[in-house]
Design a protein around this ligand. Structure first.
Ligand SMILES: [Mg+2]
Length: 283
């Protein structure tokens, strides 16, 4: 609260919110460490693991890269994988069909347009993606367009869920999105939304609206909170973040059969910076 007041004139979103989030996450980590317990225990563990979805499938990939990344996650036992769409809408149906072929029938396929489509375009593409059994349509239109999201949500084939929320920096953002009936699953990111404290707040708003919550990026941070809050559906095992977390932190927990488990043998977030490995990237 104090920190939010301090950035009143700068604006409480964007980079200021990310800085506040970093401080909040560090303080939760420290508090759990001082109490010699993993953060999940301090938050009140409700489950021992949370499903993770493999997330990548960038539009800059060629077919072979798309196939090996998504297919690789499927082979490792992930139950859901996500790919990007929207850079070249005419080619998206082909890429989605290709991804479906690579992962087989057992794994759920998610697409994320990062707000690239118009509402009508999104509905048309949703029908095409449905034939590849896509079950998750993230940010089909800009997440600032709550009415547009609501419209798309009401017009996509029934099994497909509309998700958004990664740009939420404050609690009212989640309340507004849910009150507008814009999403089937709410996303939230503790590294933006005022840290663990904000993530718990977002989870409470989801609980009030009876909507599932999915964590956006930063898997090593979210795994503790996701094992504690109500209605946590899954967390995003984002390719770039997993790579950086694995490179720079001792204590990184590899998913097992598509699930992440917080490490109960380590206090706090269970992470230790590998300083010498990080040093060579100093600028
Ligand atoms: Mg996204």
């Amino acid at each position: 609260m104090q920190l939010q007041r301090a950035v009143r004139n700068l604006g409480n979103r964007g980079i200021a919110a990310m800085a506040i989030s970093a401080i909040d996450i560090a303080l939760w980590d420290l508090r759990a460490k001082l109490l010699h317990m993993p953060l999940v225990q301090l938050l009140g563990a409700a489950r021992e693991s949370t499903p993770a979805y493999g997330s990548g499938g960038f539009t800059s990939y060629d077919d072979r890269q798309l196939e090996s990344q998504l297919g690789g996650w499927a082979e490792k036992g992930f139950l859901f994988v996500k790919m990007k769409v929207g850079t070249n809408p005419d080619d998206d149906p082909r890429r989605v069909r290709h991804a479906r072929k690579a992962i087989g029938d057992r794994v759920e396929l998610f697409v994320d347009a990062n707000g690239a489509y118009t509402a009508k375009q999104a509905i048309r593409l949703a029908q095409i993606f449905h034939s590849s059994n896509v079950t998750w349509f993230e940010e089909p239109v800009s997440s600032d367009d709550l009415a547009g999201l609501h419209f798309v949500r009401n017009h996509v084939p029934a099994p497909m869920e509309v998700a958004a929320g990664e740009y939420g920096y404050t609690i009212p953002y989640f309340e507004n999105m849910l009150a507008a009936g814009s999403v089937d699953v709410q996303q939230a990111d503790a590294t933006r939304a005022q840290g663990i404290t904000g993530f718990l707040g977002a989870a409470a708003v989801c609980d009030a609206h009876q909507i599932a919550l999915s964590a956006h990026c930063a898997p090593s941070i979210h795994i503790h909170a996701c094992c504690a809050v109500p209605r946590a559906r899954h967390l995003e095992f984002f390719h770039d973040h997993a790579r950086i977390e694995r490179m720079f932190f001792d204590g990184f927990c590899e998913p097992r059969q598509g699930r992440m488990f917080p490490d109960w043998s380590r206090p706090g977030l269970g992470l230790e910076l590998k300083k010498t490995d990080a040093d060579r990237f100093l600028v």
